[in-house]
Design a protein around this ligand. Sequence first.
Ligand code: TRP
Length: 362
Amino acid sequence: MSKIILTGDRPTGKLHIGHYVGSIKRRVELQNSGEYDETFIMIADAQALTDNADTPEKVRQNIVEVALDYLSCGLDPKISTLFIQSQIPELCELSFYYMNLVTVSRLQRNPTVKSEIQMRNFEASIPVGFFTYPISQAADITAFKATTVPVGEDQLPMLEQTKEIVRRFNMIYDEVLVEPDVLLSENKACLRLPGTDGKAKMSKSLNNCIYLSDTEDDVKKKIMNMFTDPNHIRVDDPGQVEGNPVFIYLDAFAKPEHFAEYFPDYQNLSEVKEHYSRGGLGDVKIKRFLNNVLQEELAPIRARRKEYEKDIPAVYEILRKGSEKAEAVAAQTLSEVKRAMRINYFEDMDYINEQSKKFTNK
Ligand code: TRP
């Protein structure tokens, strides 16, 4: 069986380093591993509109931002197919049929939807489209017969929902759809990077994100202002490592070779953590180290972005070509789905002849 990757992001803002360590870095590694037959990366604008119906311009503007973020991280349009969800009408058709396989109570139990409803204060006024987006996400994944979906941890319930739909479809109709596997980061710190303010999640509205497109200066300022252990007042005070965002970022980004280069007093992160816990190691020193580590990771991303920014029409052309290719794949799956569901009337000459006999022999 082919090995196929599908994943994507909602274009509601520029991507930040939480997206990067949570999923995008991994996608680039998978793309470059040569182990996959196809890699599809989708800008989920239709899903973004499910809770941004009245701000379409925001979604529109972020298409190119997200595309630039993808390309600058090293997703290569020669290997990966980058496309825009709304340009693939087959996804809507698949969603419409999958809706018959899912109950309202099952959607209400979806933990991601539940917490998002709370976060947005939707309660009784949830748009139907938003409520059912796990179904459309199942369409996204199955349309490409994806075997592997690299995403952040918050997407696990979506994958569960998709697997249920696949099983139900294949049981009722025919073995057409493929059950996908989720791929999470193995590094725990990467699963959910906190905001620079120490809040659980990076979010644009909280103004606590480091963006992939931030300048060197922006990044440095944000790091130097980061929240650490509020009780670590004097350098000699013992500091708390656990839950301290500076250390979580180091867990996510620091590599063994960084110590010799930027922090030669220490061999590895455990030594730094131990000194901090004991007392005698100041926040500023650690923040400077983190800044060096992060700048090293972001510099090539920034450089690639600059190149792509010089030719924005070419970026749209990449998305247009990608969308064309993606549509052809989705159309093939949709035709198999319709055949399995017995709604392929005009392709089925045997059926037409059978019907004909029934009526002429009356
Ligand atoms: N729900 C994802 C997010 O919020 C975006 C998304 C849409 C997606 N369809 C997908 C991710 C299919 C993986 C597979 O970021």
